[in-house]
Design a protein around this ligand. Structure first.
Ligand code: CP
Ligand code: NVA
Length: 310
């Protein structure tokens, strides 16, 4: 039975029920099919989405903007540098004002607390387009992509090799909710946030998934159905770039590492990639890579999210 998600904020996968995630994935499938068939479907006619960006973006911006347009609505790109927000207007007042004009707000920013505050003071639904802590829209798209390739999620094993960052955190929440074993393999000192680990293990206990934190890439990939990686230096951490190159060198997803993995392992990356750092050209462009399908699916999944909550 359909779950009513109208008005719901999409801030973290941890806040979503299994039924809500299933509904997002089913709706995404439906929207993707409609798009491939060239069917015009505009449930968000006359609706508008504001998109606040405090960090750069290629995929998130374009997929939300084009997605909203395909659904019949209008999306406004709001560079935070051009908003009064970056001149001292509070998040709360920004939320109160934008809610008077818009039907939804998407925000990409640094502090996760800012997104929570925006949602608290906004009367329209808020979507987290990435914070330092989480990237839920990416992982909802990733769950859709994995399901598309493997038919199900339950019982699969995903090994994430790299920084215990926003991507690792959302993958842990997504895996836990959907019964997919998730192994995070990071260098010492770069493990996921302990609170995210604790919360994801609580969710995992309900679905039979396991959340494993370790530091041996070979062991992590050996039994994996999916190997996932992300940049070693996330947006906002550029000062640590040189030091991280050194620390993470053992964690590159390359052909030698994949020789230890299953024949049919799938390779994922949220992009943008730093080719030659966390992943080699050979792997990203190789036969096991589903990375560009993953990028495409951002469009279909975010359209589903917007249509369900706005
Ligand atoms: N994966 C992702 O969110 O890409 P962008 O930073 O280009 O939006
Ligand atoms: N961890 C990366 C993800 C980019 C989509 C970052 O935050 O920069």
């Amino acid at each position: 039975m359909a779950v009513n998600m109208k008005g719901k904020d999409i801030l973290s996968i941890h806040d979503l029920s299994r039924e809500e995630i299933d509904q997002i994935l089913d709706t995404s499938q439906n929207f993707k099919m409609k798009k491939k068939l060239g069917e015009v479907y505009q449930p968000l006619k006359d609706k508008s989405l504001g998109m606040i960006f405090q960090k750069s973006s290629t995929r998130t911006r374009v997929s939300f903007e084009v997605g909203m347009w395909q659904l019949g609505g209008y999306a406004l790109f709001l560079n935070a540098n051009d908003l009064q927000l970056n001149r001292g207007e509070t998040i709360a007042d920004t939320a109160r004002n934008l809610s008077r004009y818009l039907d939804g707000i998407m925000i990409r920013t640094f502090s996760h607390q800012d997104v929570l505050d925006l949602a608290e003071y906004s009367s329209v639904p808020v979507i987290n387009g990435l914070t330092d802590l989480l990237h839920p829209c990416q992982v909802l798209s990733d769950l859709f992509t994995i399901k598309e390739k493997k038919n199900n999620l339950e019982g699969l094993k995903l090994a994430y090799i790299g920084d215990g960052n926003n991507m690792a955190h959302s993958l842990m929440f997504g895996g836990a909710k959907m019964g997919m074993h998730t192994s995070i393999c990071s260098p010492s000192g770069f493990e996921p946030d302990p609170e995210i680990t604790r919360l994801s293990r609580i969710d995992a206990a309900k679905t039979g998934a396991t959340i494993d934190i370790q530091d041996d890439p070979v062991q992590a990939v050996q039994t994996a159905d999916i190997v996932y990686t992300d940049v070693w230096t996330s947006m906002g951490m550029e000062k640590e770039y040189e030091a991280r190159l050194n620390t993470f060198s053992r964690f590159q997803v390359n052909s030698a590492l994949l020789e230890k993995a299953k024949e049919d392992v799938l390779i994922m990356h949220c992009l943008p990639a730093h080719r030659g750092e966390e992943i080699t050209d050979q792997v990203i462009d190789g036969p096991r890579s589903i990375i560009f399908d993953q990028a495409e699916n951002r469009l279909h999944v975010q359209k589903a999210i917007m249509a369900l909550i706005i």
